[in-house]
Design a protein around this ligand. Structure first.
Ligand SMILES: Nc1ncnc2c1ncn2[C@@H]1O[C@H](COP(=O)(O)OP(=O)(O)OP(=O)(O)O)[C@@H](O)[C@H]1O
Length: 279
């Protein structure tokens, strides 16, 4: 669905490259978690995918077309929810009337359903909302646009506690085999159970690009105070129970992914972790 080929980008000629010879493919029908340390270029990558920035080198092909051409066919089929944004001081009804025409598959019924999920009225004035409420409204609009590609930058930042689980329900209810959702975040606990795929980047390299099914087939995630197990672990983080451990999955065990632990392991030992998938 989306091919990023040999992409390089910097903000001005004298600045260091943010992304360097970077390649990645995204397939439809999945929710991707895009993870990386602060400043690795996740937001920049989402802006490049949306055609808002121009690569210095390389290309991004979405459904056979270069996103940088910003063709109507491309723009009406992808949506970016940035980490920070402003909404105009309009009623929601007016906002929908003015903007939904750019998205041929926009569904007012879906929009109402998503607002209900966030316990928001449809009769709103966008100018009077808090940042968290604006985020809920904009994410509802983004999903109701029913684009094949939905990019979300730190979507759970600023959401209240119920808002985080409502967000998970929102994505689950708006997901289909035709859609691909990319969620860039540091709030891994907000999204770990909803992901199909994990991508960890460091700017020039994709350190990990694996399905959650393959990750859980390859590793066991365990809490333990056993010293023996710590010795066998590929990576360990101190926890309340002793240690959170990531171990090779020799016995075909099924455990739930621990994204924080996986992220730490991949940053500390990228080659060792990558080699485990080919073992
Ligand atoms: N408008 C800009 N002008 C110049 N440099 C920028 C601009 N936006 C981002 N950068 C730089 O580009 C690099 C990547 O920034 P980006 O926001 O894409 O990273 P990120 O992975 O999303 O970070 P975070 O996780 O902290 O949100 C950083 O070094 C940042 O300082």
């Amino acid at each position: 669905m989306l091919e990023i080929k040999n992409l390089s980008f910097n903000y001005g000629r004298r600045k260091k490259e943010v992304l360097s010879h970077f390649s990645l493919s995204l397939r439809q029908g999945g929710i991707y978690g895009l993870l990386g340390k602060n400043g690795t270029g996740k937001s920049t990558l989402l802006a490049l995918i949306s055609g808002l920035l121009t690569p210095c080198q390389g290309e991004i092909i979405y459904k056979g077309k270069d996103v940088r051409r910003r063709l109507p066919d491309t723009l009406c089929d992808l949506f970016l929810v940035p980490e920070e944004f402003e909404l105009p001081s309009l009623t929601l009804a007016r906002y929908i009337k003015l903007n939904s025409c750019f998205y041929p598959r926009f569904s007012t019924e879906d929009m109402r359903r998503y607002l209900d999920l966030f316990e928001l009225d449809a009769d709103l004035n966008l100018g009077t909302l808090s940042m968290g409420q604006k985020k809920k409204v904009f994410m509802s609009f983004a999903l109701a646009a029913n684009t094949s590609l939905l990019l979300m930058d730190e979507p759970t930042n600023g959401l209240d506690i119920p808002g985080k689980s409502q967000f998970r329900k929102l994505i689950a209810s708006g997901m289909s085999d035709e859609k691909c959702v990319v969620i860039s975040t540091h709030q891994v606990r907000d999204i770990d159970r909803m992901l199909d795929h994990v991508v960890i980047i460091d700017g020039s390299r994709v350190l990990l690009d694996q399905s959650v099914a393959d990750i859980c087939r390859t590793f066991v995630f365990r809490e333990s105070s056993s010293r023996e197990l710590v010795g066998q672990a590929l990576y360990a983080l101190p926890s309340v129970e002793g240690n959170s451990l990531i171990l090779p999955n020799a016995g075909g065990e099924e455990t739930e992914i621990n994204l924080e632990l996986l992220f730490g392991a991949v940053l500390a030992e990228p080659d060792k972790i990558a080699a485990m998938f080919h073992a």
